[in-house]
Design a protein around this ligand. Structure first.
Ligand code: PHE
Length: 327
C-alpha cells in the first residue's frame, strides 16, 4: 500500500499541464467520481481494519489535497494571464516604433544609381561570390598575372577557384555574355580584398561599375559621362584623368579629384580591351566600349567630410542618424 501511494504521489507531482484540457484530464484521472485513482483508494479503505483505516485515511486525504492544490495553482496562474488580457485597453495610444535613417553609403549609392539611370544606364546586380573566370581570366588577368597580387582575395574553394569578387568588373563579363550590344549598364555592390583595415582601406568596400558598348564609342564619351557624374556629385570640383593601367581596358586612366589641397584617386576607367569583348563573343571590329569603376566609400569620405572609413561600419547610431535623404 505504502509503495502504491508513493507512486501515485509522484505521478501527481510530475503530471504536466499546459491547457485547460490537460487540467480536465488530470482531474478525471485522479479525482474522478467513479474511476479516479484517489477516489478508488478511498473505496478500498472500507476493506481494511479500523486501525489501519485511520492511518491510511489520513495519508490518502493528503494525496487528495495535493491533487486539488495542483488544480488551484494552475487555475490561479491562468487567471493572472486572463486578467492581463481583460485589463488591456485598446483605446490607449500605441508604443511608437522608431524609424531609422538610410545609411550614408546607401544614400550615395542611390544617388549615383539615379544619376546614371537619368542618362540611359540600366541597373543590374551581380553575385558577390564569383569564379576565377568571371573575376580574372575573362578580364585579361591570367593566372600568373602580377595584377592578381593587388587584388588578393578570400577564396571559398580551390580548384575550381571560387572567391569573393575583388571588383564589380566581373558584372561586365556576366552581362556581356548574355546580351547583345548596344547597352549601357550600371552595377553597384560589395567587393572584397585581402587588405588590412585602416582609415583608408578595408577588406570590403562598395564599387559602382558602369560600362557602355555600342558602335563607335570613344574616349570622348567616357570623359563626358564621368564629367557629368562627378560634377553632379560635387558642386565645384577639379578633375584630372591620369594615364594608368588595367589589363581589361586600353587605354586606361585613373580619375582624381582635387580636395583638401591634394589629388585624391576615386576611380579607374578606360576603353574596354578588344580582347575582353572577344572573350565574351562580341565582335571588337564592330563594337567598342568604355568602363569605369569607382569606390563609394572614397567619395563618401569627401562628401561627408570624414577622415576614417571605419565609421561607416561601426553601427554607431549617433553617427548614422545624422543622415537624412530623399534618396
Ligand atoms: N575594376 C577596377 C578596380 O577595381 C576598376 C576599373 C573598372 C578600371 C572599370 C577600369 C574599368 O580597380
Amino acid at each position: 500500500m505504502n509503495q502504491k501511494i508513493e507512486q501515485i504521489k509522484e505521478e501527481i507531482k510530475c503530471f504536466h499541464m499546459k491547457t485547460y484540457n490537460d487540467l480536465e484530464t488530470f482531474r478525471i484521472k485522479f479525482l474522478g467520481k467513479k474511476k479516479g485513482i484517489v477516489t478508488i483508494l478511498f473505496k478500498e479503505l472500507k476493506k481494511i481494519s479500523i486501525h489501519k483505516r485511520r492511518i491510511y485515511g489520513k495519508i490518502i486525504n493528503e494525496l487528495k489535497k495535493e491533487a486539488q492544490n495542483k488544480i488551484k495553482v494552475f487555475q490561479s496562474k491562468n487567471k493572472i494571464q486572463n486578467d492581463k488580457i481583460l485589463k488591456f485597453d485598446p483605446t490607449l495610444p500605441g508604443k511608437s516604433i522608431e524609424i531609422g535613417s538610410r545609411h550614408p553609403l546607401s544614400i550615395l549609392k542611390n544617388r549615383i544609381r539615379d544619376l546614371l539611370i537619368n542618362i540611359g544606364f540600366t541597373y543590374v546586380d551581380g553575385p558577390e561570390i564569383e569564379d576565377d573566370w568571371h573575376n580574372f581570366t575573362a578580364l585579361n588577368i591570367p593566372i600568373f598575372h602580377p595584377s592578381r597580387d593587388m587584388q588578393d582575395t578570400f577564396f571559398l574553394c580551390k580548384n575550381p577557384d571560387i572567391l569573393l569578387r575583388t571588383h564589380t568588373s566581373s558584372v561586365q563579363i556576366r552581362y556581356m555574355k548574355k546580351h547583345n550590344p548596344p547597352f549601357r549598364v550600371l552595377s553597384i555592390g560589395k567587393v572584397y580584398r585581402n587588405e588590412s583595415i585602416s582609415s583608408r582601406s578595408n577588406f570590403m568596400f562598395h564599387q559602382a561599375e558602369g560600362f557602355y558598348i555600342d558602335k563607335k564609342v570613344s574616349f570622348y564619351d567616357l570623359k563626358q559621362t564621368i564629367h557629368y557624374l562627378i560634377t553632379s556629385l560635387f558642386e565645384k570640383v577639379k578633375i584630372r584623368f591620369r594615364p594608368s593601367y588595367f589589363p581589361f581596358t586600353e587605354p586606361s586612366a585613373e580619375v582624381d579629384i582635387y580636395c583638401n589641397n591634394g589629388w585624391l584617386e576615386i576611380m579607374g576607367c578606360g576603353m574596354i580591351d578588344p580582347q575582353v569583348l572577344e572573350n565574351v563573343n562580341i565582335d571588337s571590329e564592330i563594337y567598342s566600349g568604355f568602363a569605369f569603376g569607382l569606390g563609394i566609400e572614397r567619395i563618401a569620405l569627401i562628401i561627408y567630410q570624414m577622415k576614417d572609413i571605419r565609421i561607416y561600419f561601426d553601427n554607431d547610431i549617433r553617427f548614422l542618424k545624422q543622415f537624412k535623404s530623399e534618396f
